[in-house]
Design a protein around this ligand. Structure first.
Ligand SMILES: Cc1ncc(COP(=O)(O)O)c(C=O)c1O
Length: 456
């Protein structure tokens, strides 16, 4: 099919990218992975142009960082203006108004009818680290509960809280003490013969048992939960589960921390995904799309908890930088004025509709799921055994890339295709991207005899 947006002038990666790749391989360690082997020249909205003049549609959005799209003109203007005034003073040296405005706006937007405060940092992992520090200080307890398949970052504490051993933890121990992993629902992989309802009841019981068998709740400072698991494979938990965990937290004085780093800023059709579950967290971690590509993260929470750290105990040299704060304020303006929460709902509906159509064609699609515009398909060898098919996902992602669609995988088994396109993508661009996804799947399933061929 003739493409309106994707323009491929060379094979992917092109010759200039290949030259850069050689230099990259010589001077940059392989531990830093690269989804695409091309190098970007410029990007705007949902389109990315590489150094060989190939244009791609972006369904990766810098791993959920670009809900407002690449180089949104209002973000660019705000950054230019900020850079021309001052780049950095260090908030703990001389303060600036944008930090305060950002804290004020986020405290007003975050769920909970109580006094809140916000503090800013650089990366998602750093926000989670600070949630742990503050929760410990406030509760005077040490234990932290995270969940199986959860992802919280790559620093020592957040790597410990993260669940996937390879590549995130293997060989990097010893890990931080006092971190416990609780079960998180995964309804697609429930035991055979069990209804969804029975399974959801069982997982709640397992969580309650976990507090008897593994760790005493009165030693736990915080339970850190992704409202929808991101790296874990876009797994949406049952509302009753999230609400029951919240109740148990309240009962035992454990803080409930929502890690909204991947789910926040309109991705699921709300500013905070936890609002879908009618649950009010004590603390919320945010980052990624908050800064539209400028590194910034934050922690929002009850004032009495946030204020538990004494002067000088939290913060950092670049934490909540002026550029990050200005970018984040502009992101909030854009979400509001461009109606990106509603847009996320509409985009999500269309993506899920298309994924269901693809599932009618390709037996390898075992599950289609999502919340708002956080949509994914789980790829399996066959629908009966549900054996994860990581190899097929690798081939689909590669085939999509060669056709000009930037796509990401996810999941404990690496067998999930997730979509994190900018919410500012146009309808036409979305359709072209979905068409390429279908073509990539055709190439893998219909032309590759090594893989199961679909068609029911
Ligand atoms: C839910 C969640 N928490 C924390 C992080 C870590 O963020 P960063 O990579 O900015 O440290 C991520 C990153 O993917 C994430 O998805």
């Amino acid at each position: 099919m003739e493409k309106k947006y994707v323009k491929l002038q060379t094979a992917i990666p092109g010759p200039i990218s290949q030259e850069l790749l050689e230099r990259r391989n010589k001077y940059v360690p392989k531990g830093i992975s690269n989804n695409c082997h091309s190098f970007v020249k410029k990007a705007q909205g949902a389109l990315v142009e590489d150094v060989d003049a190939n244009t791609y549609i972006d369904f990766a959005g810098a791993i959920g960082t670009l809900n407002v799209g690449h180089s949104h003109p209002r973000v660019v203007r705000a950054l230019q203006e900020q850079a021309s005034q001052f780049v950095h003073t260090g908030f703990n040296v001389m303060m600036y108004e944008s930090y305060i405005s950002l804290a004020e706006r986020l405290c007003k937007l975050a769920p909970g009818d109580f006094d809140k405060q916000a503090a800013f940092f650089n990366s998602g992992a750093e926000a989670v680290e600070n949630a742990v520090k503050i929760a410990r200080k406030y509760t005077k307890r040490q234990g932290i509960i995270s969940f199986t398949r959860g992802f919280h970052g790559r620093t020592l504490m957040t790597m410990t809280m993260t669940s996937k051993v390879k590549p995130y933890k293997f060989g990097f121990g010893p890990f931080a003490p006092e971190v416990y992993k609780a079960p998180y629902p995964y309804v697609y992989r429930r035991p055979e013969g069990m209804t969804e309802q029975q399974y959801n009841v069982m997982i709640i019981e397992q969580f309650e048992q976990f507090l008897l068998a593994e760790v005493a709740p009165e030693t736990i400072a915080a339970v850190v939960m992704e409202p929808v698991q991101g790296e874990g494979g876009f797994i949406v938990p049952d509302t009753a589960f999230v609400q029951r965990v919240r109740e148990i937290c309240t009962q035992h004085g454990m803080l409930f921390v929502a890690d909204e780093i991947q789910t926040g800023f309109a991705r699921t059709g709300k500013y905070f995904a936890i609002d879908h579950f009618d649950v009010v967290p004590d603390l919320i971690t945010i980052s990624k799309s908050m800064g539209a590509g400028v590194p910034i993260s934050g922690l929002i929470g009850r004032t009495e908890i946030m204020d538990a750290a004494a002067v000088g105990e939290i913060g950092g040299t670049y934490s909540g930088s002026p550029l990050g704060c200005r970018a984040a304020l502009t992101v909030l303006d854009i979400i509001e004025s461009e109606g990106l929460n509603d847009r996320a709902e509409k985009l999500g509906d269309r993506v899920l509709e298309k994924m269901h159509l693809l599932a009618d064609r390709f037996e390898g699609i075992g599950d289609v799921r999502g919340l708002g515009a956080m949509c994914a398909m789980e790829i399996v060898k066959d629908r009966q055994s549900k054996t994860p098919d990581k190899e097929a996902v690798g081939k689909i992602v590669k085939a999509a890339g060669e056709r000009g669609l930037m796509l990401l995988s996810a999941g404990l088994y690496g067998n999930v295709i997730r979509i994190l396109m900018p919410l500012t993508i146009t309808d036409d661009q979305l359709e072209e991207g979905l068409q390429i996804l279908e073509e990539a799947m055709e190439a893998v399933y219909l032309n590759d005899s090594a893989l199961s061929v679909g068609g029911e």
